[in-house]
Write a protein that binds this ligand. Structure first.
Ligand code: PLP
Length: 401
């Protein structure tokens, strides 16, 4: 936590791409990212070209689609054939849950901090297929988390499905150790990386998981409606696509009754899509590559460290996210013992246009430290949080409880 940190990013150059930052302090890329202007222009041009021109579209969208597949694969350390283009992270979660052959009594291990994008399909599967889901408390500590999983597992456990970084506390789970433990027992592993990809480097081969879901609209600042799904080559055919249509079958023959899905990510793609927004995603990849991904990760980590150290220095705030960046990502969550954090967050938004996100049932405030944020953004937030605390005496005991 260096006081003399110099960001590897030229923040004036970065922030010039986000005109709304002149109006607001945006600390919530963990909900919705902001698309840089250079990419937004490309997105809007492609949307206009496709919707005006239809088949006569002047932008070659098929080429962009395959280029995006390759770029996402490269970002995740995967092969392009292992990537499906989806609409959001929820799509990827459902491809796993709806794609496996379940028998009543099969078991899945998850956590008690899941976003509805995974929690709700799990609940639905539990109800409709007679499965048992274990909702475990989380820990960033590999021995502890794997120990909890091992204690919950049974011979009927078929899948581990959880967020890589659950959105409630921003704790990074030990995905590599979990995937290894699962693979050694013939159990499949799936992670939802919505709060990871674009904030910290992700290598799905190093993690060793079977499946990984992500969206394009958060930390990678792509258009809303972009998402991707990774399925390990050896496992891809274990997932039966629940939706099949034009584009998803390698062989189809009505007379012979043949229907064979592609043995790659295309098996999950079908029908007409808003391909034009992928032009925007392609351009956000250009943007990040021009900055350098390592510089982006370093900046996000630095701001995260800085914010955590400032929270720890304030007795009226309580840090709820692990301190080490290896055990977190770009999310930082804090509580305000004895005070109403929801009132504080509303006040800073309404008075000062500072955008944050409530978590933990309204008891925690979540901050996202994105590549376009500055130390000044964090100082401003904390100054107004301090003012709120000064003008709202705590009802907590001396121990902060
Ligand atoms: C862990 C996690 N997964 C998924 C989502 C939602 O993803 P999407 O809207 O792309 O389906 C969120 C959004 O906050 C999230 O935090």
């Amino acid at each position: 936590m260096s006081a003399v940190f110099t960001s590897p990013l030229d923040l004036d150059h970065v922030r010039a791409q986000f005109p709304e930052l002149q109006r607001v302090t945006y600390l919530n890329v963990g909900t919705y990212g902001l698309v840089p202007e250079c990419a937004l222009q490309k997105e809007l041009e492609a949307v206009a070209a496709f919707d005006r021109g239809g088949q006569a579209c002047k932008v070659e969208l098929g080429g962009i689609q395959e280029r995006v597949r390759q770029r996402v694969a490269a970002m995740l350390g995967a092969g392009p054939e292992e990537i499906a283009i989806t609409r959001n992270a929820t799509d990827g979660n459902n491809l796993v849950l709806a794609g496996l052959d379940w028998k009543p009594g099969d078991e899945i291990i998850s956590t008690d901090e899941e976003h509805p994008s995974l929690q709700h399909p799990l609940l639905y599967l539990q109800k409709t297929k007679g499965l048992k889901v274990h909702w475990l408390p989380i820990s960033h500590d590999a021995d502890e988390m794997v120990g909890r999983i091992a204690a919950a597992a049974s011979p009927r456990t078929r899948l581990i499905a959880m967020s890589h970084v659950p959105c409630e506390t921003g704790t990074r789970l030990p995905a590599k150790e979990i995937a290894k433990w699962a693979a050694e027992r013939g159990i499949l592993s799936h992670f939802d990386g919505a709060q990871c990809v674009g904030a910290v480097r992700i290598d799905v081969k190093d993690i060793g998981c079977d499946f990984y879901a992500l969206n394009g609209h958060k930390w990678t600042c792509g258009p809303k409606g972009t998402g991707f799904f990774y399925a390990r080559k050896e496992r891809i055919e274990d997932l039966k696509p629940a939706h099949v249509g034009a584009g998803s079958l390698e062989k189809a023959d009505q007379a012979a009754g043949i229907a064979e899905p592609w043995p790659d990510g295309r098996r999950f793609e079908f029908g007409t899509r808003c391909w034009s927004i992928l032009a925007g995603y392609d351009a956000t990849m250009d943007w990040f590559e021009s900055l350098g991904w390592d510089n982006v990760y370093e900046h996000v980590a630095h701001l995260s460290d800085y914010l955590k150290s400032e929270i720890l220095a304030r007795p009226h705030l309580k840090l709820l996210t692990p301190v080490a960046i290896e055990h977190s990502s770009g999310l930082v969550v804090f509580a305000m013992p004895g005070r109403d954090p929801e009132a504080a967050a509303s006040e800073v938004r309404d008075k000062w246009q500072i955008y944050t996100r409530m978590v933990l049932g309204g008891t925690g405030i979540r901050i996202s430290t994105a590549h376009f944020n500055s130390r000044e953004d964090i100082d401003l937030l904390l100054r107004h949080m301090d003012e709120f605390c000064e003008s709202h005496p705590s009802s907590a005991g001396k121990d902060g409880s």
